[in-house]
Design a protein around this ligand. Structure first.
Ligand code: NAD
Ligand code: UDX
Length: 458
């Protein structure tokens, strides 16, 4: 059996590497039109940083895992074609800023129809609006030359930074298909591949539309929990309740559960915001404005939380950060990834630069080039952004340190040393509630955290 995956990104690369590892008899070809990305997958430094991924790719690459730009050739040869292309928020025309941009999905469907000369199973791996499988089927049917296609939905639930662990032991694998004899056969083929390492009871099969919709709903529910606890963090700051204590107390209720209740500077990542906006847009499209508004508020609360963080920095620093050096520790949207898409750090840096601060960023995995590109350094504000080679370098001479990513290494920093090198009074704004606030206050720092009031030092 031959598998091809179109799209060698954060999802396509790791998911296919896992299939290749678990099914050495299946040839897996990951293709992408981005030659630089493919070259990186074939090099020593992979384009995606994920703990444990290098080992798997090294084990399988050249054996039954191949990365190439030969999209058409891979389509012709494959029995199963995973579509793992990007589905970003549309930036133009109807639905701009909310709807999913499906041009990459449609382009792949047309290429598959042009190239296929034997039966194919098309698997939607990308996150797409419910009913997209209908569009794919229509395009395939209109352009196929007698070739039989089956379309399945198999959304991916991995989280970045834990992709390998998530793929190895997923809570569930979801596969949606048509309840026709051909659809059932295709569904079973995919179930059998996952069943090589995933217990059968964790492989959930549904109709196409339930599967497509479940992905958007899962992300909306997860993000909703973060916005909920973040909204409470503001109330905690006003009342001297402690948001971590509140989260712990409510999370002990088995009906609520402890996960995804960590208050923060705001959620980031390529999925949550995009998928909720998409869900909200779909609701409106289907004549449900109240439902659309309900889900949109999750994103609105997140935007507010990000802005609120910068406002707190400005207010604490005596209502001006102009020409003050602010060290930003962490730029990735979460720890253990080099991904910066929709990272709260981007907003915070831009807002601080807009306040005329000198912003110095350090992140252990994100390149200086990426940081500059994300913040946008073309104007005078951008000229005040710099990137440091270490946390200590970033903090040297700073008026304040803002922790924006929860990298473990930040917990082990020598804050006595950092304090000694900073302008006084020295502030720490912990956007992740990562550090030992009492210890920092004892050193002399003025500490501001999310959803709690910290007893201050000098
Ligand atoms: P990505 O941008 O990292 O990768 C997508 C790749 O597809 C790019 O390298 C791009 O060059 C390639 N591509 C686009 N059109 C192509 C075409 N016509 N032919 C060949 N290659 C093409 O995106 P990603 O983060 O891997 O996400 C992919 C999909 O998976 C999205 O729909 C996303 O919502 C979903 N998803 C992402 C995550 C995540 O954690 N990143 C998790 C679950 C689901
Ligand atoms: C998310 C979903 O978890 C995953 O199932 C889906 O496939 C893709 O989208 P990801 O964006 O990679 O995964 O990371 P996730 O761990 O969900 O974190 C998203 C953002 O929320 C990060 O910025 C993270 O720091 C933040 N977060 C997460 C919080 O602020 N508090 C929490 O309690 C959890």
């Amino acid at each position: 059996m031959k598998i091809c995956c179109i799209g060698a990104g954060y999802v396509g690369g790791p998911t296919m590497a896992m299939i290749a590892k678990q099914a050495p008899d299946i040839e897996v070809r990951v293709v992408d039109m981005n030659a630089t990305r493919i070259a990186a997958w074939n090099s020593e430094v992979l384009p995606v940083y994920e703990p444990g991924l290098d080992e798997i790719v090294k084990e399988c690459r050249g054996r039954n895992l191949f990365f190439s730009t030969e999209v058409r050739e891979a389509i012709r040869a494959a029995d199963i074609i995973f579509v793992s292309v990007n589905t970003p928020t549309k930036t133009y025309g109807v639905g701009a800023g909310r709807a999913a941009d499906l041009r990459f999905i449609e382009s792949v469907a047309r290429t598959v129809a042009e190239e296929a000369t034997s039966p194919k199973i098309i698997v939607e791996k990308s996150t797409i609006p419910v009913k997209t499988a209908g569009t794919i089927k229509t395009i395939l049917a209109a352009n196929a030359r007698g070739v039989a296609f089956e379309v399945l939905s198999n959304p991916e639930f991995l989280a970045e930074g834990t992709a390998v662990a998530d793929l190895l032991a997923p809570d569930r694998v979801l596969i949606g298909g048509e309840r026709t004899p051909g659809g059932e056969r295709a569904l079973q083929t995919l179930v059998d591949i996952y069943a090589r390492w995933v217990p059968r009871e964790r492989i959930v099969t549904t109709n196409l539309w339930s599967s497509e919709l479940s992905k958007l709903v899962a992300n909306a529910f997860l993000a909703q929990r973060i916005s909920s606890i973040n909204s409470i963090s503001a109330l905690c700051e006003a009342t001297e309740a402690d948001v971590d204590e509140v989260a712990n107390a409510i999370g002990k209720d088995s009906r609520i559960g402890p996960k995804f209740l960590k208050a923060s500077v705001g959620f980031g990542g390529s999925c949550f915001q995009k998928d909720i906006l998409n869900l909200s847009y779909l609701c409106e499209h289907f004549g449900l404005p109240e439902v659309a508004e309900y889900w949109h508020s999750v994103v609105a609360m997140n935007d507010w939380q990000k802005r609120r963080f910068t406002t707190r920095i400005v207010q604490a620093l005596f209502n001006t950060v102009a020409d003050k050096r602010i060290a930003v520790l962490g730029f990735a949207f979460k720890k253990d990834t080099n991904d910066t898409r929709e990272s709260a750090a981007i907003n915070v840096c831009r807002d601080l630069l807009g306040e005329r601060a000198q912003v110095v960023v350090y992140d252990p995995k994100v390149s200086a080039e990426e940081i500059r590109r994300d913040v946008g350094c073309a104007d005078a504000d951008g000229a005040r952004l710099s990137v440091a080679a270490s946390a200590y370098e970033a903090c040297e001479g700073a008026h304040a340190v803002a922790v924006l990513t929860e990298w473990d290494a930040f917990k082990a920093l020598d804050f006595e040393k950092i304090y000694a090198g900073m302008t006084k009074p020295a502030f720490v704004f912990d956007g992740r509630n990562l550090l030992d606030h009492a210890a920092l206050a004892k050193i002399g720092f003025r500490v501001e955290a999310i959803g709690k009031v910290v007893s201050q030092g000098q």
